[in-house]
Design a protein around this ligand. Structure first.
Ligand SMILES: *Cc1c(COP(=O)(O)O)cnc(C)c1O
Length: 371
């Protein structure tokens, strides 16, 4: 059995090696390194995959969030609601833009925004909710969209971990995550479900007014070369990365199926173990398993992590601390966030990627069963 990795980017590359190498060589030989044709063709490919009007490539998923918020022209005292149990990006850009960061609790079963707490946090100054689709499954968009309509708020979907997942509305219709709120943002960090071989990100929207504003902000605030309409940033999707993504986006559905099969295997073999709970699935979205995260109960998580490691099995803690309890964001006054706080001491993510074999999965599950 091959060594088990948390993610296996080399194994994945081996299946698409020639196509990727050709794509890279074409960019180099064209010398169109900045804003080359691959950027536009990838933006179009992703727009059609997601079923959205506009896709704007940018340098990474954090920039995508920053550009989205900059485009909204928020008043100085704007409040932005962000989940506390989350990767740092959303909180970071809110703080950088000097808006008021409002941390919200998450649902302990689903890891995504707790709508009841969102409601409690809305004030007349609230302007934006950043809905993060954590670990590959949707935040409760239908309820959030209704709240946004009632209070005239903008919803930005941080789709860095859930690209390709479907939202299933009450009436049975479906939309890809990232296309339901006003703006969607995503990251192509190598280990993401659609990852490139460096940094990359994108912004998506169906809003014909916001789209050119966001494109201009990503390009130094220009309307055309050397005509600056607004203060912008320099945030481009690199042409080499776009060329790689053009190859990989064709395999995204296959990659998602690979993750879902691995998750089904885990569910089936871990579901009866008394000291953990397997990840809950909502009935309102598919799950694309950026992470397969179990909750450890009544056993020491450190001990489990150590014993897995001794059996050649890596595991990771996403996330060991809630953002409102970190040094950088501890300044934010908030009520107790029991969901977020309790998750930080219970979550454990198991190996999850497109190259896991049944042998490897069996070894992981057999080992878990006797811990
Ligand atoms: C990865 C990630 C980001 C940021 O992406 P970068 O490309 O690393 O800047 C933002 N939000 C979430 C939820 C992420 O997982």
């Amino acid at each position: 059995m091959d060594k088990i990795h948390m993610v296996d980017l080399l194994g994945q590359y081996r299946h698409i090696e020639e196509e990727v190498n050709d794509a890279i060589r074409q960019v180099i030989e064209s010398t169109a390194f900045i804003n080359g044709p691959a950027v536009k063709s990838f933006e179009q490919a992703l727009a059609s995959y997601l079923g959205t009007e506009h896709v704007i490539g940018c340098a990474n998923g954090t920039d995508a969030l920053q550009i989205a918020l900059m485009a909204l022209n928020l008043p100085d005292d704007a409040e932005i609601i962000v989940p506390a149990f989350n990767y740092v990006a959303a909180a970071e850009v809110v703080a950088l833009l000097k808006c008021k960061l409002v941390f919200c609790d998450v649902d302990e079963r689903l890891f995504t925004l707790d709508v009841k707490d969102v409601k409690r946090k809305i004030t007349p100054k609230t302007k934006v909710i950043i809905a993060v689709h954590l670990f590959g499954q949707a935040a409760p968009m239908e309820e959030l969209v209704a709240l946004a309509a009632e209070y005239n708020l903008v919803i930005v979907e941080d789709n860095a971990q859930a690209i390709g997942a479907d939202y299933i509305f009450n009436n049975g219709s479906r939309k890809k995550l990232g296309t339901i709120g006003h703006i969607g943002t995503t990251s192509f960090f190598p280990s993401k479900n659609l990852g490139c071989y460096g940094d990359g990100g994108a912004i998506t929207t169906n809003d014909a007014e916001l789209a050119p504003v966001m494109r201009s902000i990503a390009g130094h605030g220009q309307s055309k070369k050397y005509f600056y309409e607004r203060v912008g940033v320099n945030s481009r999707l690199d042409t080499l990365q776009a060329a790689i993504l053009n190859v990989k986006v064709k395999y995204l559905d296959q990659y998602i199926t690979g993750r879902q099969l691995a998750a089904d295997f885990y569910d089936k073999h871990l579901g009866a173990i008394p000291w953990l709970s397997i990840p809950a699935r909502t009935d309102y979205s598919t799950h694309v398993f950026h992470q397969y995260t179990v909750l450890v109960k009544g056993k020491s998580r450190d001990e489990i992590n150590k014993q897995l490691m001794e059996n050649g099995i890596p595991s990771m803690i996403y996330y060991p601390v809630s953002l409102h309890q970190t040094t950088a964001y501890g300044f934010v006054e908030t009520n107790k966030l029991p969901g977020a706080e309790s998750l930080t001491s219970r979550v454990l993510s198991l190996p999850m990627h497109t190259e896991l074999t049944d042998d490897q999965l069996q070894h992981i599950c057999d080992t878990m069963a006797i811990l």
